[in-house]
Design a protein around this ligand. Sequence first.
Ligand code: BTN
Length: 320
Amino acid sequence: MNNSEILKILYENDGKFISGEEMAKMFQISRAALSKRIAKLKEKGIEIEAITNKGYRLRSISQNICSENVSLGIDENQLIGNEVITFDEIDSTNEYAKKIAKESKEGTVVVSNIQTKGKGRRGRNFSSQKGGLYFSIILKPKAGIEKVPFLTQVSACSIYKALEDLGIKVKIKWPNDIILNEKKLSGILCEMSCEMDYISYVISGMGINTSQLKFDDDIKDIATSLAKEGYEIDKIKLFWNILKHFEYFYSRFENDDYEEMIDILRNNSSIIGKQINIISPNETSNAKAIDINENGFLVVEYEDGTIQELNYGEISIRKA
Ligand code: BTN
């Protein structure tokens, strides 16, 4: 028996007291040993109330992700999150996931409270201070290589849905940003390792600004967090919920069934109908974003009337 099992019993008892005697019996340990284990859980920031003659009850599982609390709300039959590896601090969850991907089961998740070298797209840094949610999912899709860019959209839809469950309406800036009140709340970075015709693995990394109140000067005007926008949420429940939605959308993806996701992407796009810049390594072109097609490609119209469908790319909205 480990401390996570003690926490699981308290968690499943839904905030009600369980007597020390009953718990000690359940785990076949002495009440003194139980009390030591409870103290260890409390050291991790997990709030457990102890009252003489009543026993123990869970007040809060803590907002700090740790090995004891991370899996409590994940269904054991779920593929995504069946194994979760936690860190308090790491350079980048994507980098760690890449190191272990080959020998890990599909669905393994790496999550950290802080990243010291959070990676953004195109070699950029992703600010990953304490208070955010940073994780990477290891995937081994059966779908063809040409479909992999859509996994960014699978991730975006999962974040969108998990926030919608909390009553928070966000916009999706194709292909990889989640926008709240016109500012960036979350970014997604999918990375792939493949042979000529075979995907070895894909890492889907997601970073969500949950409770940070301050951002570095270079991003303070463009980034936001849920707390800054007035939403006090349970970060760990949000994490579980994103994984649950990812499980659902990923199975749709593997079955080539994009319809529901395309609806979400179209109906909640922050760029459709807007003038945008399409940024490629050598040039930036102006176009109007007109749709997201049935494959998740962004449909754009250039100033000369040419229409193009983009599978991936870097977009910025042009100021009027
Ligand atoms: C972007 O906005 O350019 C993408 C940001 C992706 C950040 C996430 S946080 C978890 C994972 N680990 C990383 O180093 N990056 C991704």
